[in-house]
Design a protein. Sequence first.
Length: 228
Amino acid sequence: MAEAIEMKITKKEPYYKGKLPVVETLMATYEVSKSTIIKSLAILEEKGLIYQIRGSGIYVRKPKRQSGYLKYPQHVLNEINRNTDKVLETVKLTIQKPNRETANLLELSDTDEIYYLECIHFIEGEVICIEKSYYNKKHVTYLNHEITRGSIIDYIKKAYGYQSIHLETYLNVDVLSNLEAKILGLNEKDPKITFNVIYYLPNYNPMGLTELTYHYKRSTFHFQTTSS
C-alpha cells in the first residue's frame, strides 16, 4: 500500500503533487481498511515523503535539493573524541538580505530579512569546523552573540514553544577556497566536507539554513539509522 502511494508521489509526473486526500478517500480509492492506510502513511512519513498536520491534512514533502539528500530517519554528527573541550567563537552576526540561493531554500521574498551568522568551532584549541547560518527573521525575531554561543535550535524551541524542529541534511564534498583553507589551517583545494542543514518549523515552513565545513583530517562522522 505504501509503495503504491509512493509511486504516485515520486514518479516523473506525480499524481499526488502537494497534498494527499483524506484517509477516508484513500480507503475508498485503494479499497483497504483504515488501519492499512494509517500504517502506510506512517511508513511514508518515516521515509520523509509526507508529513501530517492535525486538522489540516496530509502533505507531500519534497527535499529542497534533489541530490545529496541523506534519507536517514535519525542521524548523529560527531567530532573526534566526544570528551574533548569544544569552543565556539562567533565571528559575525548581522541582519541582511538573503542571496538568491538562500531565499529560494527558505522561501523568502525580496523584502524579507535574515540573521546571518558566522562561527568557528574549536576542539582543544584546533579549528574543527566553519559554520555559516541563515535564519528567517520572521520566524527567529531575535538573536544576539550570547545566544549564538549555545544551541540556537534549543533556544528557538524554548523561546517560541516549539515541540520539535525538523531537519533535512545534505552532504557535499568539494575543495576548499583560499579563505576556508586559511581558517582551517589547510591548503587551498584540499578536500572540503560540508553539511548543509535546513531547519523546519513543526508545520514544515523553512526556518533556517546552516552550512558546516569540516577539517577533513580532524573529523569523523557517525550516521545512526533504524532498519525496517
